[in-house]
Design a protein around this ligand. Structure first.
Ligand SMILES: Nc1ncnc2c1ncn2[C@@H]1O[C@H](COP(=O)(O)OP(=O)(O)OP(=O)(O)O)[C@@H](O)[C@H]1O
Ligand SMILES: [Mg+2]
Length: 332
């Protein structure tokens, strides 16, 4: 996965903070134990001086070097045993003064097996999620506060479905998707008229999935596709570089929410960017949620067969029906 340097730096700072807290705790424990057990402090001092002695012996050319090292090892062992005994007797436990790590894999260094450790990856995803800004700033959208009563109980005269029943199923599918999010999850197409809760349910999903530690990106289709254009045409500028970072992030994240597809200006460039985004994510097995006001027919008219084929074949469509909730809330 390609990392955004700025976010990775922030994640590293978080890890430094964790390491600092662990070191402070270690120091607190040491001070406490030394205050209670002065002999322990003397032993630790001796153990440190043994290390220096060992180095000195190793580089010396004394004829009895082996005996000297064996003797040092024996004294060391005795001291270690006495140290454990002292700690246990004082009720601290023998490993009380051992180094403290939050991550046993990388010992809080962030590096594991030549790559980024999963703990740093989680911190990175948390930083990424903080950038969900526009979506999360909207309010406190959550599955718990989703109001099904806003959808009519009477059958829709055109679509011949009962909006509340359809939306109960759509809601359940979104909730299931969020709670069971994994590489085996489907891609979702949230499809229906304006003001019916597509962005609302996307925010609910984003919150739950991000809380699980997955990286989530949210952009309106217009903004997302603009980034591709800026990344291509302003390559050597600061703006172009920032846009390139965004496009990489949109292609890499575990869950991408592409909102309001169809509201952007459709150009050959935007078609190509949309194809790249959808296709790259499909190839990488990363999950995408697209929301749109467009019907299948309108999608087909607007986008290339390559894009439509992928949306029709690789996305599970969830219908949104009812009356515009913005109007209902305003009493019109
Ligand atoms: N089920 C719901 N319970 C409570 N509030 C809701 C619900 N669904 C939508 N809303 C509110 O109704 C308004 C419109 O919803 P939202 O923005 O999600 O619609 P949309 O389907 O994304 O519309 P558009 O296609 O115009 O983008 C928002 O203020 C949202 O908070
Ligand atoms: Mg919306």
């Amino acid at each position: 996965m390609a990392y955004d340097g700025r976010l990775l730096a922030r994640a590293r700072n978080e890890l430094d903070k964790i390491r600092g807290e662990n070191q402070a705790e270690q120091q607190r424990r040491r001070a406490l134990a030394y205050a209670r057990l002065p002999e322990l402090e003397r032993i630790d001092g001796s153990l440190r001086s043994h290390m220096t002695e060992l180095v000195r012996l190793t580089i010396s050319r004394r004829p009895d070097i082996k005996e000297q090292i064996d003797d040092l090892k024996e004294r060391n062992l005795d001291m270690q045993m006495r140290r454990a005994e002292l700690l246990t007797q004082a009720g601290f436990g023998p490993d009380y003064l051992d180094e403290i790590y939050s991550c046993p894999l990388c010992r809080d260094t962030g590096l594991y097996e030549g790559g980024v450790c999963s703990c740093l990856d989680r911190l990175y995803n948390r930083e990424l999620t903080k950038e969900l800004g526009t979506l999360m700033r909207r309010g406190d959208e959550s599955f718990e506060s989703f109001d099904l009563n806003l959808y009519p109980r009477e059958a829709d005269p055109v679509k011949h479905v009962v909006p509340r029943e359809t939306m109960a199923l759509t809601y359940a599918a979104c909730r299931r998707f969020a709670e069971n999010f994994s590489p085996a999850s489907p891609n979702l197409l949230l499809q229906g008229g304006t003001g019916l809760g597509k962005t609302y349910l996307s925010a609910c999903i984003a919150r739950v999935v991000a809380d699980k530690g997955f990286s989530v990106c949210y952009e309106s289709a217009a903004t997302a596709l603009d980034y591709f254009e800026a990344a291509k045409f302003s390559r050597d500028t600061e703006e172009g570089e920032a846009a390139a970072v965004r496009t990489r992030r949109m292609q890499d994240c575990d869950l991408m929410i592409l909102d309001d597809l169809g509201t952007e200006m459709v150009t050959p460039m935007s078609q190509s960017a949309l194809y790249t985004l959808i296709n790259t994510r499909l190839v990488r097995g990363k999950k995408t949620i697209i929301s749109t006001n467009l019907t299948d027919e309108q999608l087909q008219k607007k986008y290339t067969p390559q894009i439509c084929s992928r949306i029709a074949g690789e996305f599970t469509a969830l219908p949104f029906v009812g009356r515009d909730i913005r109007r209902i809330k305003k009493g019109v």
